[in-house]
Design a protein around this ligand. Structure first.
Ligand SMILES: [Zn+2]
Length: 207
């Protein structure tokens, strides 16, 4: 019997493209930002990851208060994202260890094999998602996901029907400026409890 072998493109051919995609995505996250003000003056700002952490910690925001504290939903989503980035990058880079920024910078050069190509492509997409979310957070868009599990019922996601009447998964914790609510068990946290909630979903170390 004649064996048809149409799919002869090997993983080895995809590897350089996958590494480039990863490198580009990382670059968007950790490159120094060049900005131009109204007078045409060019100045630089820290990379997006550092900007996010600065906004959370409140350095350079005048009175030692977080730039996000007045917008609890943005603040909690930011904490959630930083935690996710640190955990994910540590998993990707293992067994290498180090600061998240150095791990990210080294990531494309960690001796990947051809069979890693599709995984690297997925990572590039994940990082692009982070970049988008950070930009949204810094722009003050509060419709961002909190992906941590509910401390009460441990649900991470719930199913709901979307506009097209299809079942879609969404994060269980819905955080607005007024309250945080678990869509699974119905627990509601007022803004005064947001710090406790952030700690409970694993954001304590960056708070
Ligand atoms: Zn719950």
């Amino acid at each position: 019997m004649e064996v048809e072998n149409m799919s002869v493109t090997t993983d080895a051919e995809y590897l350089p493209a996958a590494i480039t995609a990863l490198d580009d995505a990382i670059h968007d996250l950790i490159k120094v930002q060049t900005m131009r003000d109204a007078d045409g003056q060019v100045y630089t700002a820290p990379n997006l990851y550092v900007q996010l952490k600065t906004a959370l910690h409140g350095q350079q925001s005048g009175e030692g208060k977080s730039a996000f504290r007045s917008r609890p939903s943005v603040w909690i989503a930011g904490l959630d994202l930083v935690e996710r980035i640190e955990r994910t990058v540590a998993e990707w880079a293992a067994p290498h260890r180090g600061h998240t920024l150095s791990l990210l910078a080294d990531l494309p050069h960690m001796g990947w094999r051809p069979q890693d190509s599709s995984e690297l492509q997925k990572w590039a997409l994940t990082i692009r998602g982070w970049v988008k979310t950070i930009n949204n957070l810094l722009d003050g868009v509060s419709e961002v996901e909190v992906t941590g599990a509910c401390p009460q019922c441990e649900a991470k996601t719930v199913w709901r029907r979307d506009d097209l009447d299809e079942n879609v998964k969404q994060p269980a914790l819905l955080v607005t400026a007024q309250e945080a609510r678990c869509l699974s068990c119905g627990t509601v946290w007022p803004p005064t409890s947001f710090e406790l909630l952030a700690a409970a979903i694993g954001c304590a170390k960056v708070a």
